[in-house]
Design a protein around this ligand. Structure first.
Ligand SMILES: [Zn+2]
Length: 111
């Protein structure tokens, strides 16, 4: 079956939308065997989320690698649950601060 011709709008959008920079593979982004080992060690030593004490499933860079943070230094790593990690990451993208948004921090403080 012949494919349908794109509409003019679809064609313009395709031609004019800049291609996203490829993120690179996990290995290229520095998540190699050394990272796996470091990450496993951090989670084994400290299995609770540093921010809420739920079980940690991720290891977060306190100072992101993109901001010059050390990739494998345990002083720059903290175990987080998925919920806190997502909130911290979203807040970092919005504000450049790699911490929980103020509202959540206040909620925690009130508990
Ligand atoms: Zn948490």
């Amino acid at each position: 079956m012949p494919t349908k011709r794109p509409t003019l709008n679809q064609h313009v959008r395709r031609v004019c939308t800049p291609r996203r920079e490829p993120r690179g593979s996990a290995f290229e982004r520095g998540y190699d065997r050394a990272w796996q080992r470091t990450r496993d060690a951090v989670l084994a030593e400290d299995p609770g989320c540093r921010l809420c004490d739920r079980p940690a499933v991720l290891v977060d860079h306190v100072t992101p690698i993109s901001a010059g943070g050390d990739r494998l230094d345990t002083a720059n790593l903290r175990p987080l649950c998925r919920s806190c990690h997502d909130a911290v990451t979203a807040n970092y993208r919005a504000t450049g601060r790699n911490e929980l948004p103020d509202k959540r921090t206040q909620n925690r403080a009130n508990q």
